[in-house]
Design a protein around this ligand. Structure first.
Ligand code: NAD
Length: 495
């Protein structure tokens, strides 16, 4: 296919590289001619590197290099009659700039050329609405770096022709990436799904449940995420993350589940963006540890102290035989708090602590303490949990503990995406694994833990906090009640 890529910045050059390597002819254009020249050298250098590393042959790289053409204007009319079949736009993220570009392209190119925008936050429908023929434009949302990030969101606007969606899906799939079709909604699929983790991470910070290094350690070790939420925001840039959080929340008319925290605004104003400004949640640069901060060690506890447990999940931690009066009491916190267990079951507050059952069987144990827990009980409980060599993170008591709350939020947001029909359930899981790098898609993940357990968790959170952000979605509630996997599509209705 002959593809014109307009905008030769970070994304445009990545898209050009991906397309020439997949065998397409690419015309590259930009408002700044020097940007085209830089992008062509960049793609050539990447192709050379691929040859050096043995990832591609010399002949293949030469063919791809020859297939990359520099244009001196986005509107250049083809002299030889070889008009591009598709234009992919990757210019400044501004509705006016994009709309003006497409109206100019509509005048310059034949009616058979179709258009795609790589916008990450604007409405595809609004960009297309300025065209005489809005049916010829769709969203084609790539991720950075394009050659490595295999996911591409294909986004039909309200007026987009079905044949264009089919063409783009086939183009992406035949060129080695994975297309997912997503409704034209704020954040599309990946940026919407990603809100589950970061908004809940901020909620935990707002409630002083734990510091950000502890939350990140729990996210990595208990949930198996490659990066904790704060480490991830430092990489993405808090300015970018905060703006996506606001766009998605505003776009969905302040849906409680997506409510952002008050915390990022001042951090952004102070330039604490993350890696790019060398300071974010962590400090970066020479001699700084970044997210690999040394972990605080809690020493001096009695690993042999007697333990009584109140739930079968913790049976392995109980001392055998009769337990003395001063035994520690460990309660499993599944959507519940230690404080509630103390009150409901008449437990001794000064030596009752919570253990997150989700952390058992993972590389880290998570222990919850209340304002009534005595210091010796905390030390001894840490020593007991660390007996098998696992690190222990101590957090403040909250319904559901850290990992459960993060997971519940990820699942609830994902099921909200499914029930709004924004994407097919299987595509949600695929997009989250490829686009966000989670170990599992949120729907499959919830099924592994048990959708009924996730539902119980959210209900307990909603009840204890009274906060509607924890209201479970009907998608989750109904599938859990029916014993169906969360990936079960909507019921089809008779025509
Ligand atoms: P960038 O600043 O690196 O590149 C933008 C390029 O567009 C520049 O070379 C600029 O000269 C050119 N340009 C600006 N106005 C133009 C015009 N009217 N006509 C022709 N060229 C023009 O930006 P980027 O990060 O590559 O982002 C481009 C688009 O891709 C944006 O819409 C952005 O939201 C989207 N996007 C970015 C990312 C990302 O991670 N960077 C990811 C997905 C989507």
């Amino acid at each position: 296919m002959r593809i014109r890529v307009v905008g030769a910045g970070t994304m445009g050059r990545g898209i050009a590289q991906w397309a020439v390597m997949a065998g397409h002819t690419v015309e590259l254009a930009d408002a700044r001619p020097e940007a085209v020249a830089e992008a062509v050298s960049f793609v050539r250098a990447m192709l050379e590197r691929a040859v050096e590393k043995g990832r591609t042959s010399r002949a293949e790289a030469d063919r791809a290099t020859a297939a990359l053409l520099a244009l001196d204007s986005p509107y250049a009319t083809p002299g030889d009659g070889a008009a591009p079949e598709l234009v992919i736009e990757a210019v400044l993220e501004d509705l006016e700039v994009k709309a003006e570009l497409f109206t100019g392209l509509e005048r310059a190119l034949p009616a058979s050329t179709v258009f795609a925008t790589n916008t990450s936050s604007l409405s595809v429908t609004r960009i297309g609405a300025r065209l005489a023929d809005p049916g010829r434009l769709a969203g084609l949302h790539f991720f950075n770096p394009v050659p490595l990030m295999r996911l591409v969101e294909v986004v039909p606007g309200a007026a987009t022709r079905e044949s264009l969606v089919e063409l783009l899906v086939a183009l992406v799939a035949n060129s080695g990436h994975r297309p997912v079709t997503v409704a034209d909604t704020p954040g599309f699929l990946v940026n919407h799904a990603g809100r589950g983790l970061v908004t809940e991470a901020f909620a935990l910070l707002e409630e002083s449940v734990a510091g950000h290094p502890a939350i990140d350690r729990i996210a990595r070790d208990v949930l198996g995420l490659r990066m904790g939420p704060f480490e991830l925001m430092d990489l993405t840039g808090l300015d970018v993350t905060a703006s996506v959080m606001d766009t998605v929340w505003d776009g969905f008319r302040h849906a409680d589940r997506l409510r952002p925290s008050y915390l990022p605004a001042n951090r952004v104003a102070a330039g604490l963006y993350g890696r790019k400004s060398r300071r974010g949640f962590y400090a970066y640069g020479d001699g700084e540890a970044g997210p690999s901060l040394p972990e605080p060690r809690i020493e001096g506890g009695d690993a042999e102290r007697a333990v009584r447990v109140t739930g079968s999940e913790l049976a392995g931690l109980a001392t055998s035989g009769a337990t003395p009066d001063d035994a520690l009491v460990l309660v499993p916190t599944w959507g519940t708090s230690v404080a509630a267990a103390v009150a409901d079951e008449g437990l001794p507050a000064e030596r009752t602590l919570g253990v997150d059952p989700l952390s058992l069987g993972t590389p880290r144990r998570v222990l919850a303490v209340t304002p009534a827990t005595r210091e010796d009980a905390v030390r001894d409980a840490v020593a007991v949990l660390a007996r098998d060599g696992h690190p222990v993170t101590v957090v403040r008591d909250t319904a559901g503990s850290v990992a459960q709350r993060l997971l519940a939020s990820v699942v609830n947001v994902a099921t909200g995406i499914a029930e709004r029909g924004i994407a097919a359930p299987d595509d949600i899981d695929t997009a989250v694994t490829l686009g966000l790098g989670y170990p599992r898609g949120p729907l499959a993940w919830a099924d592994t833990v048990g959708s009924a357990r996730i539902l119980a968790l959210l209900r307990a959170l909603a009840q204890e906090t009274g906060d509607p952000r924890y209201r479970p979605t009907p998608w989750l509630t109904h599938r859990a009640a029916l014993g169906l996997p969360l990936s079960t599509p909507m019921a089809s209705l008779p025509e």
